[in-house]
Design a protein around this ligand. Sequence first.
Ligand SMILES: NC(=O)c1ccc[n+]([C@@H]2O[C@H](COP(=O)([O-])OP(=O)(O)OC[C@H]3O[C@@H](n4cnc5c(N)ncnc54)[C@H](OP(=O)(O)O)[C@@H]3O)[C@@H](O)[C@H]2O)c1
Length: 273
Amino acid sequence: MGHPVGHSRSPLIHGYWLRALGLPGAYLREDVTPADFPAFVAALRERGYVGGNCTVPHKEAAFRLADVTTDRARAVGAVNTLWFEDGRLSGDNTDGIGFLAHLSASQPGWETVTGTVVILGAGGAARGIVAALLAAGVDRVVIANRTPGRAEDLAQLFGKRASACDWTALPTVLPAADLLINTTSLGMQGQPPLDLDIAPLGRDAIVADIVYVPLDTPLLAQARRRGHRTTDGLGMLLHQAVPGFERWFGRRPVVTQELRDIIVRDIERPKAP
Ligand SMILES: NC(=O)c1ccc[n+]([C@@H]2O[C@H](COP(=O)([O-])OP(=O)(O)OC[C@H]3O[C@@H](n4cnc5c(N)ncnc54)[C@H](OP(=O)(O)O)[C@@H]3O)[C@@H](O)[C@H]2O)c1
């Protein structure tokens, strides 16, 4: 459920798992306007659904509409996964654990070398990622955002281990970062580039971008040229889908190279003008 939703690659992901596991079922796109969303969710079961995902602009509304929410969803104030449990509509937010699952898969042992994380952006995705990183035990998260007040508000939600810094102060903050994450939409196809010189980063810092169109963002390319280990945004998209599938269909799916290749081909496929 989204508005618009035509760009969503989730049907490809869940369709792949349904086929791979030989399960009967379907995962469909539903374009639902914000005005229609509460009624749509109220009738979800009558429509034959066992649950679903919600994306922009419905994540906060889904949080309010769910009867039960997970700690993770409450930490973020937004829900991307809905399912029915004991007859009640339940909501979770899997963006943060999706990011962490991919980080662990692509940078094994990252948690043993990560004390300080610098996050660019303070939107919905940043919220989930900050919550997940702090729950995973990192010492300190520093948030920089175009609108400084949003970074401060986000940092305040998480207490002493989170703080905000001015975007202009990044050159002085980056040397302490063990992990740098872009959660802004900068660098995404159709958006302005992310104009950040990462030269002050320490040699061993890991650089992650959650933008996945294009797959190889200018930030990741710059980081690779400088010899950093990098983590792209596509893995987060694939891993955040795992808990939902397991709840709806009762089987835990696996993020495979074959699935990744399918989505990469779709991202790189020339689009009709
Ligand atoms: N890989 C994945 O699975 C995954 C999951 C979720 C999101 N994403 C991607 O992550 C990005 C953010 O998503 P979101 O849901 O967090 O969006 P959001 O809530 O709208 O937040 C957008 C963030 O980008 C910043 N931003 C936007 N335009 C900017 C500009 N021109 N200059 C500087 N900063 C700018 C915003 O700063 P202000 O606060 O100043 O507006 C805010 O921090 C999107 O590209 C989305 O596709 C990827």
